[in-house]
Design a protein. Structure first.
Length: 155
């Protein structure tokens, strides 16, 4: 008999089959990022317990997947202490640069899971962070077809 004619479990959904989130090999974090990760795991565990109590299978599947992801990321996290000098751009540093059109932008270089460009943080594996790493005040970096000059490094 074809699978098309086999009755699915009640509701017909296949919640158990949610694919796991992709784990990358890059996993440096700041001390703040590690604390955020711990808080996220705690929140997810509480939400998962509530979803199980409510017998919400869809939510249990989603939260279980996210909890597996964050737990795996927590185990593989390598905490990088804050930089000790501002001579060069390093992981954890806050960098301000000025574009050719006069716009100034400031970003802190953090781990992948901490990155939120809208809030001023970028992942250390991003092309922009890679262009900034190891540079010092006064150095020019390529940004698309233009360039920018590093004007400040703060630790």
């Amino acid at each position: 008999m074809s699978r098309a004619f086999v009755r699915e479990a009640e509701g017909g959904e296949a919640f158990e089959d949610l694919p796991d989130r992709t784990l990358t090999p890059h996993h440096l974090v700041t001390p703040v990022g590690l604390a955020q990760m711990d808080a996220e795991i705690e929140t997810l565990q509480q939400r998962l317990d509530a979803a199980k109590a409510a017998d919400d299978k869809a939510e249990v599947a989603r939260l279980s997947r996210d909890l597996r992801y964050w737990s795996a990321r927590r185990v593989s996290a390598e905490v990088v202490p804050p930089p000790t000098d501002a001579a060069h751009v390093r992981f954890g540093a806050r960098v301000t640069f000025e574009r050719e059109d006069g716009r100034r932008q400031t970003y802190r270089i953090v781990g992948e899971d901490e990155a939120d460009p809208a809030k001023g943080t970028i992942s250390y594996v991003s092309p922009l962070a890679q262009a900034l790493m190891g540079k010092e005040v006064g150095d020019a970096i390529p940004i698309g077809a233009t360039s920018a000059e590093i004007i400040e490094i703060v630790i």
